[in-house]
Structures are given as structure tokens and as C-alpha cells.
Write a protein that binds this ligand. Sequence first.
Ligand code: ZN
Length: 373
Amino acid sequence: MYVCGITPYDATHLGHAATYLSFDLIHRYSLATGKSVSYIQNITDVDDPLLERAKRDDVPWEDLAESQISLFRDDMTALRVVPPHHYMGAVETIPWVTDAIAALEKSGAVYRVEDDLYFDISSDSHFNSYSNLSLEEKISIFAERGGDPKRFGKRHPLDCLIWRAHREGEPNWPSPYGPGRPGWHIECTAIALRFLSAPISIQGGGSDLHFPHHSMCAAQGRVLSGVDFARRFVHTGMIGLNGEKMSKSRGNLKFVSEMRNEGIDPMVLRIALLSGHYRADREWSDGLLSDSENRLNLWRVAFSSPYGGQVDELMMDISAAISDDLDTPKAFALIDEWSKNRIHALANSEPSDSVDAIGQLSRYLDGVLGIAL
Ligand code: ZN
């Protein structure tokens, strides 16, 4: 599984967290069902947004990246995300990118505009099958997400930059193509194929990566490997705030680190972000936060005394819900129902048995859902 990681110019907001929690569930569930998982995530630690933010704040871009990566890892640890096997930065994988460019070049998929290198999308005959958007829509989204459809000299507006030649004041690395730095899409393609064989089981990320990012990776990966890049592309919904998408440009980001500093239990954030279905765009609100606090309290009370009954059926039902396209709303409703029944029984002073199933159930919830009670 390859999941597209952060560009470390800003702390982890709730949208990022929701995405990585969703893939954490896939990771955990796969491990719990006995599969071996190789999970790779990149960190785009050199890219335009990072360099622009560093310039604005007058800090070295490396320092900004390092501080934000550290914050991101702390946030993921607090949210109980099982780490991927490899977090690979763009800066440390530049030879992999130039190797991939060389292989693409051999296939005739690379051309030059001035000193920059572009990937020719027509080299992959499947390119139009990766998204249902019209050409006009694609061009518009491509421009919004860092693309340059109008650049003079390109063969097709959607051809994407894979090697950006050195510009004054920008970091650069030596390469057979002259000094420069990698484009974003080729970074993920090169890292994924270095660790995993095509077709990889899952390429994942937020739904805003579907086009152009994942389409470009799919096309480059197909030219490089001769087969599909990924069997499945999994996209998580966006988290909105007050009816708007949470985004840097709107200035309405809610940061995990700030909420942790305010004393909010990260377990409440995990429950809140997983209480909606991962594919759906969903809203963040104070109500969701307080409902999730109440939910965690309910579960903790129910799990606070020994229980001698059977929990196998509950665990099987939760597993069935998660295996059904990660139906966390259903899984959480099952835990709610069990907890309410348990608290009712405790209030009626039903005797506890000597055999305690609470530990078994706690370990299951911890392992499969990452919920620590
Ligand atoms: Zn990516």
C-alpha cells in the first residue's frame, strides 16, 4: 500500500488526519486478518508550497520541513496511527527519481521544454481511463493543483513536469539532466515502484489527489512497468468546516497539534474523524467533538468493570462492518449498543463473573480500530 504523504509546510490539519486514520484502519485490519502488509508513505519535503512558505516566513526551507515533519509524526503517534514501514522524503530519493526519468526517456515518454523535463501523457494509451472528467475540467483542476497547462512549448496542456531545472534561489541537486529538483508526481511513482511491484494493491490519498496526481502516477507507472500501476485507488473524503472545505486558501484549518495543546484527548479526535464514512465528505463541528467525548466516556464506563459474558459475536460483527468498505459508523454503533447494555446491567447490580472478557474486547478494539480505552 502506497499512501501519498504530506508536504511539510504546515502542521497536520483534521483533513490530513482523517486520511491517514482511514489508511491506518486498512493497515490494522489487514494485519489483524493475517495479511502481510508493506506500507509506504512519502513526504514531499521539497516543493513549491514549502519553498513559498519558507520564503514568506524568512526561515530556511529545510528547517521548516524538519519542524513540520516532527510535528506530523507527533500528531500521528498521538492519534495512534501504526507507522508505515517507510516514510521517504523526496530529498533522499532523488537518484530514484532520475532513474525513473531515464527509464521513461527510453520509452520515449519524456521531452524537454527549455531545460525542464516533461512527461508526455500520450505515451500511456490508458491515460483517459483514470478519471471521468472532461478535458476542460482536467485542465482547470491541473492548473489549480500546481500544473502549467498554458506553458508554451508543451505537446499537451496536461503533460506534467518531472524535472524542474535549477532557478536562482531554489534548492537543486545534480542529475544527468542538469541541476534541478523533481516534480511531484514522478516522486510518488518512483518511490512506490522502488519498494513495491506493479500493480501495487492500493494507492491512496485524499479525493483531491484523484486528478491529476494519481492519474499521472498511474500513467507513469504503466509506462515504467508495462502493467497497471495500482489495482485500486482509494480516496478519502474531505473534512469541511461550517459548510466549506477545510483548506489553506480559506484559512479555516483546524490543526491536530493545536487541539492537542488545548487539552483535547487525541482518542476523541480519532473517534470523531472515524465516526463518518471515510469516502464521504463530512463536516467538523463542536457538536461532533462533544458527541465524540460523550461516546468515549460511555465506552470507558462500560469497559471499567469485569465482564464474564461472550464477546465473540460482537467482535465478529465489528470485523464484518470494517471489512464492508470500512463501515466505521456501523462498528461504532455496535460498540455503543453493547456499552449501553453493559452499563444498564451494571446499574442493576448483575453479578460479575470470574472470567473477564473486557481485556479480550479491549485488545481487539485497540488492534483493529486503534481505540484505546
Ligand atoms: Zn503521491
